[in-house]
Design a protein around this ligand. Structure first.
Ligand SMILES: NC(=O)c1ccc[n+]([C@@H]2O[C@H](COP(=O)([O-])OP(=O)(O)OC[C@H]3O[C@@H](n4cnc5c(N)ncnc54)[C@H](OP(=O)(O)O)[C@@H]3O)[C@@H](O)[C@H]2O)c1
Length: 367
């Protein structure tokens, strides 16, 4: 191992801590320092991992020992911090969503193009062993024509970044951008998006249930459902179904435990209309150790993501999840918001103003 890459963490909440832990486990990197809006959280991580505390993002970016930054602040801060990091010549691993508006994303892309450093977006589900297994097995289906992804959570709160206003992105932005990225990862680029959204909890300002219908450039179609009020699915279960000419793959990814992570291949031999003529078999996938207590069912996806980022920095190669991937995922979400806002007379189940048209129009990119 030639040299260690110095990492600065910007944003020291839940994800800042997880990323710091990943860096600490990498032999080829070390934590230089921490910055957070509320200084105490940066101090806490600095004590835990032995690093410096910066009073501002600018101070962190002036530190020559910081070769790369992880942006783990709230999404409203991503674009500004990413642009500043690129201008300072740092490599960037940016939490999702990359940014909240097309203008912000364009500005980040311009800064990154000038910087010519590694810029990766944290869509860690691509590193999940179930997803890798589905990706490998899908050729057995022949041409696949439909992908269905559904992520159901039951969240009781009505405050915070998801619910208070669209200037923080909205709930579909928060979770749906992972599904949007996954859809592109499995099926390719998206051509069209149409969505309907509901606000089932009347205390919330933004939507808490979204169903987006998407079509892919290759001709396949798909559906993304993200819910914060799901009472019929296990809390946090992500369920997927891929349909192809020769069969289907059903899979589940479960963040909160190692159990319920599954993938099943069903092949249709098609000899009889009335008697099931299929073979159904579970697909084996490696079950690596779960390193993180918060999302043990993600196995070590955050660690693999960090290793991939560091590898790209070391080799000077494109990262496995690029800035354009992050941009495309946000683009799908914004298209869903736009299409939902364009639908008139759709009653809100909570029967409370503003109607969806007005909700969506609150989104900074659509106002
Ligand atoms: N990839 C994943 O699996 C995953 C999972 C969860 C979250 N995320 C994403 O990761 C990011 C952080 O989420 P989190 O759960 O770690 O949130 P969190 O615990 O609330 O931490 C966010 C941190 O960002 C700081 N911050 C908030 N607004 C800021 C602003 N305007 N300028 C600068 N700093 C600001 C906060 O500082 P204060 O202490 O002053 O509030 C807080 O310490 C979000 O973009 C979220 O969407 C990703």
């Amino acid at each position: 191992m030639s040299r260690k890459i110095g990492i600065g963490i910007l944003g020291c909440g839940l994800m800042g801590g997880i990323h710091a832990e990943c860096v600490a486990r990498e032999r080829g990197a070390y934590l230089v320092g921490f910055q957070n809006r509320t200084r105490e959280k940066a101090e806490a991580l600095a004590r835990r991992f032995e690093g410096r505390v910066y009073g501002s993002v600018a101070e962190a970016l002036r530190d020559p020992a910081v070769e790369a930054v992880v942006i783990a602040s709230s999404q409203q801060a991503h674009a500004e911090q990413a642009i500043a990091a690129c201008r300072a010549g740092k490599h960037v691993l940016c939490e999702k969503p990359l940014a909240l508006t097309p203008r912000e994303m364009e500005a980040v892309a311009r800064a990154a193009a000038r910087a010519r450093r590694v810029f990766m977006v944290a869509h860690q589900l691509r590193f999940h062993p179930v997803i890798a297994t589905v990706q490998r097995a899908r050729r057995r289906l022949g041409r696949s024509f439909h992908l269905d992804l559904e992520w159901g959570l039951r969240i009781q709160g009505a405050g915070g970044r998801c619910w208070e206003d669209y200037r923080s992105g909205g709930f579909f932005m928060e979770l749906g951008c992972h599904l949007a990225d996954l859809a592109r990862h499995l099926m390719g680029d998206v051509r069209h998006v149409a969505a309907g959204a509901l606000r089932l909890d009347r205390r919330r300002v933004t939507e808490d249930f979204t169903h987006a219908l998407i079509s892919f450039h290759g001709g396949a179609i798909g559906s993304l459902v993200v819910s914060a009020n799901h009472r019929t699915l296990r809390q946090g279960l992500l369920r997927g179904r891929l349909l192809g000419e020769k069969g289907r793959i059903d899979f589940t990814v479960y963040p909160y435990a190692r159990a319920f992570n599954t993938a099943t291949l069903t092949l249709d031999h098609g000899k009889s209309l009335f008697v099931p003529d299929t073979t159904v078999r579970p697909l084996a996938f490696p079950r690596p150790r779960s390193l993180f207590r918060v999302y043990p069912g993600f196995y070590d996806v955050y660690q693999r993501q960090m290793a991939a980022f560091l590898d790209a920095v070391r080799r000077g190669t494109p990262p496995p999840v690029t800035l354009d991937d992050g941009r495309a995922a946000v683009g799908i979400i914004l298209a869903a918001y736009a299409s939902q806002g364009a639908a008139t007379d759709r009653p809100n189940l909570a029967r409370k103003a503003p109607a969806y048209r007005a909700d969506a129009a609150c989104h900074p990119s659509l106002a």
